[in-house]
Design a protein around this ligand. Structure first.
Ligand code: ATP
Ligand code: MG
Length: 226
């Protein structure tokens, strides 16, 4: 099931030496369970910061992030760890796969973190790789896969434990246009199939247009884009 997300009055300020960088300022946004949203905006506008705040990776300087009606950052560190492991699937521009591990072992990692038996984690990983079209690449290491295949492995890993929230930060930034289109289709299909709330940052307005909702980060806040 997808998670409902509410971001209310969120600010995030970084202090670097004498400089204060106000990345987000009074940002508000609500996502219903199962929504799929593209996030666009200039470089440095705060898109990655937004994903980190949603995923329990970075605390807001002010304001509240609420997930399914519960404040995210009021949770204990242990609860936050469980939330990140079980409920959030992260996908990045660079796949961050372990280079000396086969695809199936990379995908199984969140299962091992969740203390599933190794055989169960591998079984889930095998099924996830089949779902992303890589049933024939289980034993390939990342260096033996194409860029698009590597990103599919990263998607399979993110989806292993059936997260309620999938956060992807420029997942196609490193791919040629056709492969980018295919990877975005996969994310959209999985969102429809599995119902996890999906937030994807992209620099491509063309890819963003494929989403039912597009949000732009401007001056530290969100604008709904037409
Ligand atoms: N840990 C940090 N310390 C200081 N400043 C930071 C930190 N993280 C991000 N920033 C600054 O916050 C601003 C927003 O960064 P963020 O990574 O969210 O932008 P972005 O919209 O994802 O950009 P891009 O499209 O280039 O990825 C940038 O100016 C960045 O330099
Ligand atoms: Mg970024």
């Amino acid at each position: 099931m997808g998670l409902a997300v509410a971001v209310a009055g969120v600010a995030r300020t970084y202090v670097k030496g004498l400089e204060r960088i106000e990345v987000l300022r009074g940002a508000d946004i609500t996502l219903a369970a199962g929504d799929s949203v593209a996030v666009v905006g200039q470089s440095g506008s705060g898109k990655s910061t937004f994903l980190h705040l949603l995923g329990g990776l970075e605390r807001p300087s002010a304001g509240e992030v609420t997930i399914d009606g519960r404040s995210l950052y009021a949770r204990s560190p242990e609860e936050l760890d469980v939330f990140r492991n079980r409920q959030v699937g992260f996908i990045f521009q660079f796949h961050h796969l372990l280079p000396d591990h086969a695809a199936v072992d990379n995908v199984a990692i969140p299962g091992l973190v969740a203390r599933l038996p190794r055989a169960k984690a591998r079984e889930l990983a095998t099924a996830a790789l089949h779902r992303v079209g890589l049933g024939h690449r289980l034993q390939h290491k990342p260096g033996e896969l194409s860029g698009g295949e590597q990103q599919r492995v990263a998607i399979a890993r993110a989806l292993l434990l059936g997260p309620g929230l999938v956060l992807a930060d420029e997942p196609t930034g490193n791919l040629d246009p056709r492969t980018a289109d295919e990877v975005m289709s996969l994310l959209l299909d999985l969102n429809r199939e599995q119902g996890a709330t999906l937030v994807v940052v992209t620099h491509s307005l063309e890819l963003a247009r494929r989403f039912p909702r597009v949000v732009r980060v401007v001056d530290g806040a969100f604008q709904e884009a037409a």
